[in-house]
Design a protein around this ligand. Sequence first.
Ligand code: HEC
Length: 100
Amino acid sequence: MKQQFFLVLVAALCHWSANAAPVAYESACKYCHESGVGHSPKLHNPDDWAPRLVKGMDQLLQSVKQGRNAMPPGGLCPQCSDEELLEAIRFMAGHGPQYQ
Ligand code: HEC
């Protein structure tokens, strides 16, 4: 029984590290989006992200670059590239193919 638990734990850790957060998320988005500071859509919370995702990735990218209400332009990374920001958005919104 104990052994099984250990195996599950190892598997979970491997899974977690394979899905490690993008650098931009860790350094520039996590501060607010992990816990939903200022009513920001929360990390991996489909209910928060669904109404945002319907706008399309182009629009969401524009929101981040220009800033939106409590979110400063570029999140905390005004120097991030479009690709880095998109990667961070995809990571926050979930991992499913529907978000690619
Ligand atoms: C200082 C806090 C803060 C940081 C840092 C931050 N955000 Fe946000 N973010 C917010 C808030 C608050 C909202 C909700 C804005 C609104 O719609 O009122 C938001 C909304 C968003 C949205 C939805 C925009 C829309 O049009 O609906 C996206 C996408 C987003 N953030 C991506 C990012 C990314 C990517 C980063 C990191 C590069 C980031 N945010 C960093 C606070 C932050």
